[in-house]
Design a protein around this ligand. Structure first.
Ligand code: ATP
Ligand code: MG
Length: 449
């Protein structure tokens, strides 16, 4: 975060961290007489001296005007019309200032219409949290803060713009977003926002399955998955987003899924607690992988991680056929209700089956042909995370990494890398010796209470 004497709207943001293509888009629209800014998450992250994931642009130009300004662009969206400006595989999302949408008839505040053009003030107010409502004025290298977002960034606070109950009712996905930002930035959810979230939690069922699933994946790959899931449980959202997952734990042990705080390090486990402990250990290991490698795990790896603590006991000794059956039954429970894509499900199955071979008895595993499989990269990533989660020796991982290095060039899995255009820095994540936690500590103790 900016230091004490480096706070406020006049703090110069490190423009060398801004994607040059995003700067091009802003400059060209400005040159054509359109009021234009970098906006949202990238301004927040630059202010906090974090590397932004992507760069969004907000402008007074209409989608049609944006399209005419850039030959390399096209208009997308039915509900929200905005422009994508393409630079190779990179997209700079460029949207026209919009007003706060008008609530639909009746009591239901869910937004269904959201396409009225407006001013920069309107556009700031329709955004979710104050820390996400900031604009960057490139000509003066200063931040335009119309929602008191900078003081919240300085204090480390997540607060909705406007009445929190209304904002969560309008779009319940914002509850999960609040948790995502609190966990990822190690921020606290402001009390009124937190209370409104607790009171509105049931509305989450009104969100589309596809948006919910995408948010769950984002929580998992955000680098603070453990803290995110702790907060999901604390806010009592978990049973709404992953109901059948909780049932899977209940089916296996009387204690069900137990909160992370129940596992002080290195204390012996009471019976029945093993799957839960493993669940949190897997999330820790995933977070470590994300922060160490800077890569995002594919959806297949994320699903395999969710499945692993549930099937752990059946793993090594089961016959191939029995394990396949267990995986299928578990997947049915998890994937159907969430609307998980068939190819992600299939990749998770392949990873888990490969894992049995990779860690099993020697005669089962020493088949170098595995290295040639499309899913091998993901299976190796999963192995690294699993070894770390279980606190095991990393000999198996090194063995497969060596095999991979000496084998013919791998056919990259369609799923990897799953997100963004980052190139893998190395295959798999090297498991480190266990040493303290990477998340779940510090200021974000829930978020307040
Ligand atoms: P990330 O680093 O995860 O990309 P982000 O803040 O950039 O975080 P995006 O989902 O990329 O999040 O959205 C970009 C911006 O759009 C946000 O910063 C916020 O201003 C606005 N926004 C996104 N989702 C919503 C929403 N559900 N309601 C209101 N505004 C939203
Ligand atoms: Mg973003």
């Amino acid at each position: 975060m900016a230091t004490d004497n480096e706070t406020g709207p006049n703090v110069a943001l490190p423009l060398r961290e801004v994607d040059p293509d995003a700067l091009k888009v802003v400059r060209k629209l400005l040159a054509n007489g359109h009021e234009t800014y970098l906006v949202g998450g990238c301004v927040r992250d630059l202010y906090l001296r974090r590397r932004p994931k992507d760069f969004d642009v907000a402008t007074s130009a209409t989608p049609e005007q944006i399209r005419k300004t850039f030959r390399n662009s096209r208009i997308i969206g039915r509900r929200f019309k905005l422009a994508h400006v393409f630079f190779g595989s990179k997209i700079i999302e460029t949207s026209t200032f919009r007003t706060t949408p008008v609530a639909t008839e009746g009591d239901d505040m869910l937004i269904t219409r959201d396409n009225e053009w407006g001013s920069i003030e309107d556009d700031a107010r329709r955004r979710d949290f104050t820390i996400n409502g900031l604009f960057h004025d490139l000509e003066n290298n200063r931040i335009v803060d119309l929602v008191d977002g900078i003081p919240d960034l300085d204090r480390g606070v997540i607060r909705t713009i406007g009445d929190p109950t209304l904002r969560f009712q309008e779009d319940p996905v914002r509850m999960i977003r609040a948790i995502k930002f609190a966990a990822r930035l190690d921020f606290t959810i402001e009390e009124e926002t937190w209370q409104a979230l607790l009171a509105t939690v049931g509305d989450i069922t009104k969100c589309s399955r596809a948006r919910l699933l995408e948010e769950i994946y984002k929580l998992l790959r955000g680098g603070a998955s453990r803290r995110s899931f702790e907060l999901l449980i604390e806010a009592k959202i978990f049973p709404y987003v992953l109901p059948t997952y909780i049932d899977l734990f209940k089916e296996r042990t009387e204690v069900g899924l137990v909160r992370a705080q129940r596992f002080p390090k290195d204390e012996p486990l009471p019976p029945g607690y093993h799957p839960s402990r493993l669940f949190w250990e897997f999330l820790d290991a995933l977070d470590e992988y994300t922060s160490e490698t800077g890569q995002s795990a594919s959806n297949g790896v994320l699903l395999a991680i969710l499945m692993a603590p549930v099937i752990d006991q059946e793993w090594i000794n089961a016959s191939r056929r029995d394990l396949d059956r267990t995986i299928d039954a578990t997947m049915d429970a998890l994937c159907g209700p969430l609307g998980i894509a068939r190819r992600d499900r299939e990749l998770a199955r392949q990873i888990l089956m490969a894992h049995r071979r990779m860690v099993g008895p020697t005669k089962r595993r020493r088949r170098p042909s595995l290295v040639q499989r499309q899913y091998f990269h993901d299976a190796l990533v999963f192995l690294g995370i699993a070894v770390q989660a279980r606190g095991e020796d990393d000999g198996e991982f090194s063995h497969w990494q060596r095999l991979a290095a000496t084998a013919a060039p791998m056919v990259a899995s369609e799923e990897s890398p799953a997100h963004g255009d980052k190139r893998p820095r190395r295959r798999g994540g090297r498991p480190r010796r266990r040493s303290g936690r990477t998340s779940g500590s510090g200021r974000s103790q829930r978020a307040g209470s």
